[in-house]
Design a protein around this ligand. Structure first.
Ligand SMILES: Cc1cc2nc3c(=O)[nH]c(=O)nc-3n(C[C@H](O)[C@H](O)[C@H](O)COP(=O)(O)OP(=O)(O)OC[C@H]3O[C@@H](n4cnc5c(N)ncnc54)[C@H](O)[C@@H]3O)c2cc1C
Length: 428
């Protein structure tokens, strides 16, 4: 039931709730639906904004990449630069395959794309929202929007008192913080005794001041090796790269931004990026270039590219960058120019000056310390009755549906654990 403001005020400080979910996002809804389906009676979701599951709506370009079809828990856990080891405990109970069945049993048809990403068959994130909302409402979960939780106190009889800024009061036996990366959730967790790992952005693109690169804007390169060097550390990965008018984007960039999120933040996003246009060893590439000179000497450099992945636009850009005349014949390539070419194709360096210009980071890295939470039940190890699900925790994954999978898994585990507690008390 969706509560209006009037109705909401009336329900305040009546009988305690069995579960209050703070945050109406993916994790909060999964917790509420699971708890309700497993017998918990009085549940309310308190959402601070006027919109429910807004991030689900905008996710995956409006299609919502709900998970990734990696069915083996170990393989799934490898996609989380932070929290993966702890998550394994959780994934052994509820992983991507369980989630797939979960949605299908509740009427949301899913499909697996060639890169393993899972989407609704309808390609509409609204269907994911509908499915969760419908299941919550059918099971009697109450939902109150524009209820921004300001304070939570634990009373001497082990209830939680929850207040918004208007000092409305709600009392509950169990509470879950599913507040995503919002600072207020971290503040609430801290007030209940938890430590917070400093939040920093993850999953963003890179800006370079190399103006000439924008001549290649729109060029995409498949499965290329990229290295970033930051604060005397090196991070390497392979994947598809997209050159944009401001710098670099594409799956390999997002992945590196996630793996090195903390180091990049510490260095204020100033670092070196190296593109490995060729995977060959120095001596093999030298032999290849020498053969080119020998066998294709009559052709101009511009008309014969030494590596198949180099598009004409890219090759011209690189020749200009190397200061080699593009109209020169291969036979006229000087030894010094050949050296420059080999070194650039093996290690093409760019200076990154900041994150991408649109503040498009997808997730927060950091949050409630994972060492203070039981990853089988998602209950706090510090404050009994307090649970966590989703991005509020210091867990984050790379792109591909992994961040939602963590929300679903933690929400499901918390919902089950809360229902176990509830059923034990009611059966006494
Ligand atoms: C543009 C974009 C696209 C994305 N696409 C994908 C994708 O395709 N696949 C994927 O796996 N991940 C994707 N992500 C990441 C994914 O959306 C998040 O990991 C996920 O939504 C986190 O869910 P959550 O429920 O933990 O938090 P949120 O979705 O952030 O929900 C938290 C809710 O809590 C509310 N709240 C916060 N504080 C309070 C308070 N004090 N009181 C009451 N309410 C409060 C907030 O208003 C919010 O509604 C994307 C993210 C973005 C931004």
């Amino acid at each position: 039931m969706l509560l209006s403001k009037q109705r909401r005020i009336e329900c305040l400080d009546l009988e305690p709730f069995d579960l209050v979910v703070v945050g109406g996002g993916a994790a909060g809804f999964m917790t509420a639906v699971t708890a309700a389906e497993n017998g918990v009676k009085r549940i309310i979701i308190l959402e601070g904004s006027s919109k429910l599951m807004e991030k689900v709506r905008i996710s995956g370009g409006g299609r919502c990449n709900v998970t990734n079809a990696l069915w083996i828990p170990n393989e799934l856990a490898e996609n989380y630069p932070r929290g993966g080891i702890k998550l394994l405990e959780s994934f052994n109970r509820f992983a991507a395959g369980d989630l797939y069945d979960w949605f299908e049993k509740r009427g949301l048809k899913l499909k697996i794309e060639s890169d393993n990403r899972v989407f609704p068959v309808s390609d509409s994130s609204l269907d994911v929202i509908d499915c969760l909302k419908k299941n919550a409402i059918t099971k009697g979960v109450e939902i109150s929007t524009k209820f921004f939780v300001k304070e939570i106190f634990k009373t001497s009889n082990n209830f939680f008192n929850i207040c918004n800024s208007e000092k409305d009061l709600i009392i509950t036996k169990n509470i879950i913080l599913s507040t995503g990366g919002h600072p207020s959730g971290h503040k609430l967790a801290k007030s209940l005794g938890h430590s917070i790992v400093r939040p920093v952005p993850s999953l963003f693109t890179f800006t370079t001041k190399d103006n000439k690169l924008n001549e290649c804007s729109g060029v995409s390169i498949k499965n290329i090796g990229i290295e970033i060097q930051v604060n005397n550390k090196s991070f390497k990965n392979r994947g598809d790269l997209l050159i944009t008018h401001w710098g670099f984007s594409g799956p390999v960039i997002l992945k590196l931004s996630s793996i090195a999120a903390r180091e990049l933040f510490d260095q204020k996003y100033r670092f070196n990026l190296i593109i490995r246009w060729s995977d060959l060893e120095y001596k093999d590439l030298k032999e290849k270039i020498n053969n080119f000179k020998l066998n294709n000497g009559r052709l101009n450099l511009i008309n014969l590219r030494p590596l198949p992945l180099l598009t004409k636009r890219l090759w011209i850009f690189l020749l200009n960058k190397m200061d080699i005349n593009k109209d020169k014949k291969w036979s006229d390539l000087l030894a010094s120019e050949r050296e420059k070419m080999i070194n650039t194709l093996l290690k093409d360096k760019y200076t990154i000056s900041s994150k991408g210009p649109f503040g498009e980071e997808f997730v927060t890295s950091g949050g409630v310390s994972i060492n203070e939470v039981n990853f089988k039940s998602m209950e706090s190890l510090i404050c009994p009755g307090l649970f966590f699900s989703g991005e509020v925790l210091d867990v984050d994954g790379i792109t591909g549906g992994f961040n939602f999978q963590h929300c679903w898994t933690s929400g499901w585990l918390a919902g089950r654990a809360i229902s176990k507690l509830f059923n034990e008390v009611t059966n006494q």
